[in-house]
Design a protein around this ligand. Structure first.
Ligand code: ZN
Length: 676
């Protein structure tokens, strides 16, 4: 009989930093039934736990946003896009049988449960039912016409969410049979291509199932996936891709050269790969994994970071100039990776970053009605047109707004962005409490320590800085409530039932309020929201306020390119100049004039923007565009003899054309004491 300690050693070996080389058979032998059944506690506990799907529901502007998604392309795609329509291979048809069906349901299912929308639930359930009821005798799931491991990894994430919402007893046995089949088959049919670079998305589900079943074979499978998969942690520790990916290198790749370089610089692969350290930590318990995760983010920021919180990839890593683009799949996959890491490590910095992506890059790449999206968005995006673009490998349609510009992966995959963000707003703690990880209006109905609890969060955050939380436990209950204080919130104030708390609201921490909570108790958080100036490529200036990034809109003239079923493809042209330099620095930025208006029906719409910032600038005639792309940013500071103008910046997401990183004007010599 082995002790728990030796069992933990086995777990470490299963996904250690120095993974043991073993065939699955010898591993399965090593983890033979002689070993006592593992307790779920054998896996490293994640810092926070996700609530069950449906326990967090959107309210206020976030409810309107999810409803827009459901009433837009998100809820209607299956009605006119064949790849997720009734002939999908994931419904037993002869149509698309790869990733698009699973991608679609990975977001549609949580959207449906969050909105408690029976029509959407029925649409998602068609795919879930077919998958659960068409497992092969050998354990394989999915369309028989395509045996790629990769799309199944996505469907496993769907089933995990579905089980969270319903506890359907069919889910765990189907998953178990599939994983056993894969453990047997992987040695002769190993991970390749996408699956090799995305194995961590399956290992995540393996850990989830292991917590429920303590099935030893799952540890062997996790080990095998890691052995066959790409080592993302080592990739970021010894990072080779420090500049824009070369099209020449990739074209050599296409004719049988180094295919791996194309995969390793692929934006979506990187977005998914970021979660690897968090997934490994569950198995190997190594405290280094938190630092490994942070290193992945810092590395991408350093060489490819964009002012909207994401990294460039069009569709391979593209460097620091904000005229480069980021694929929508990368936006939603990076958010999901960070949501996993946030729960795993309980690090408030991760939540700061998710908010920045969710409130800027995510809505910024859709029309406000969510009937059209881009493949690539640019922080400095001065035209969305068919012109050739600076992309490394993407085609000329990549920044059009439409049904499937460039390629249809994002059309199927974008659905997960808002629903999974909403599901992650509140999590539970291991000592029977709740944690507000990120902020947006919502409601929570859950059980804490066996007591039913209803919580209401009312706020117009991120457009405003005040958040009001009302708790109503069924009976008075003592529990800790953790509130994230963002790193930018230097002077946050937190009141409980109207009294300023003595607990410290230190920026970049979770503030802990532990008390007996009675029905109707409330917490009011006031975050300071003042404009700040941050620096981007070539010492350009970027205006932010809390989690929102601000952009100049050069006006929009929408020109329909073609109808596409229930939607259409659009080019967008500017109606005003865009090439301004700004007269602002880190000190004067805090004094910029802020104009607040009610949050519009479409929350991020620019025509009546919920918040705008006035700023002085001058045109910079030498900064031009070619083929619809802004020239590379000139190094700051710059000078301009043009007339000074007052400009209104709006939230990044509202400006479908925009300039976000601006050259900084040198101080005006007429206003300084010296003359030259
Ligand atoms: Zn995509």
């Amino acid at each position: 009989m082995q002790t728990m300690t030796s069992r933990r050693d086995l777990l470490k070996a299963a996904l250690g930093t120095a993974a043991i080389m073993a065939t699955p058979d010898s591993l399965a032998g090593a983890l033979s039934p002689a070993i006592e059944k593992a307790a779920p506690g054998d896996l490293a506990a994640s810092a926070f736990r996700q609530l069950r799907l449906g326990e967090v529901r959107p309210a206020g502007w976030l409810l309107r946003q999810l409803r827009i998604q459901a009433d837009g392309m998100g809820g209607h795609l299956d009605e006119f896009w064949p790849d997720v329509g009734p002939n999908s291979g994931w419904l037993g048809g002869t149509g698309e049988s790869w990733e698009r069906g699973p991608y679609f349901v990975d977001g549609l299912l949580p959207l449906a449960w969050m909105l408690d929308d029976d029509v959407l639930k029925a649409k998602a359930m068609r795919f879930v039912e077919w998958t659960l009821t068409h497992q092969s005798p050998d354990g394989m799931i999915g369309p028989a016409s395509n045996d790629d491991w990769w799309p199944r990894m996505v469907m496993l994430k769907v089933l995990m969410q579905y089980h969270g919402a319903t506890s359907d007893p069919r889910v765990l046995p189907v998953m178990t049979r599939y994983f056993h089949h894969q453990l047997q088959t992987l040695p002769s049919r190993p991970l390749r291509d996408w699956g090799k670079y995305r194995w961590q998305d399956e290992a995540l589900v393996v850990a989830w199932l292991y917590e429920k079943t303590a099935d030893d074979k799952l540890l062997a499978l996790a080990n095998l996936l890691q052995q066959q998969g790409f080592d993302w942690v080592a990739n970021y520790a010894n990072f080779k891709f420090t500049g824009p990916t070369s099209r020449a290198v990739l074209s050599k790749t296409a004719i049988g050269g180094n295919k791996d370089e194309g995969m390793q610089t692929h934006g979506v692969n990187n977005g998914m790969g970021l979660k690897t350290a968090a997934v490994r930590y569950r198995f190997n318990r190594s405290e280094e994994e938190h630092a490994n995760f942070a290193q992945g983010i810092a590395t991408l920021d350093r060489y490819h970071g964009m002012p909207n919180g994401i990294f460039s990839c069009d569709e391979h890593l593209a460097g620091l100039d904000p005229n480069h683009g980021t694929e929508l799949c990368t936006v939603v996959e990076t958010m999901f990776s960070m949501e996993v890491a946030l729960a795993t490590f309980g690090d408030p910095k991760i939540a700061d970053r998710i908010e920045k992506i969710a409130f800027n890059a995510l809505p910024g790449t859709f029309t406000d009605d969510m009937w059209a999206h881009q493949y690539d968005q640019q922080p400095n995006q001065v035209q969305s047109s068919l012109n050739s673009k600076p992309w490394t490998t993407n085609g000329p349609e990549s920044n059009l707004y439409g049904l499937e510009p460039n390629f249809g992966c994002c059309t199927a995959n974008f659905h997960q962005g808002w629903p999974k963000f909403t599901a992650s707003l509140w999590m539970s703690t291991h000592d029977g409490g709740l944690v507000a990880t990120m902020y947006a209006p919502c409601e929570v109905k859950t059980k804490l320590q066996g007591v039913n609890l209803h919580l209401r969060e009312e706020t117009d955050y991120p457009f405003r800085g005040t958040i009001r939380i009302t708790v109503s436990p069924e009976k008075t209950l003592r529990f800790p409530m953790l509130l994230r204080i963002p790193a930018w919130a230097k002077t946050a104030a937190v009141h409980v039932n109207g009294t300023l708390t003595e607990a410290t609201a230190a920026p970049g921490t979770f503030m802990r309020l532990e008390r007996s909570w009675a029905a109707g108790d409330n917490v009011e958080i006031r975050f300071p929201l003042e404009p700040t100036i941050s620096r981007s490529f070539q010492r350009s200036v970027v205006v932010e306020r809390g989690p929102l990034v601000f952009s100049l809109s050069p006006g929009e003239s929408w020109v329909k390119l073609r109808d596409r079923g229930l939607t259409a493809d659009w080019q967008v042209f500017p109606t005003r100049p865009w090439n301004y330099a700004l007269a602002v620095d880190e000190v004067s930025g805090a004094k910029l004039k802020v104009v607040e208006r009610p949050v519009p029906a479409r929350p991020f719409a620019a025509e009546a923007a919920a918040v705008a910032i006035e700023i002085r600038g001058r045109r910079l005639p030498s900064w031009r565009s070619e083929d619809g792309v802004a020239d590379p940013l000139p190094p700051s500071p710059v000078t301009s003899a043009e007339t000074e103008e007052v400009l209104a910046l709006v939230p990044y997401a509202g400006a479908k054309l925009r300039v976000t990183a601006f050259p900084q004007l040198a101080p005006d010599p007429k206003q300084s004491s010296g003359t030259s």
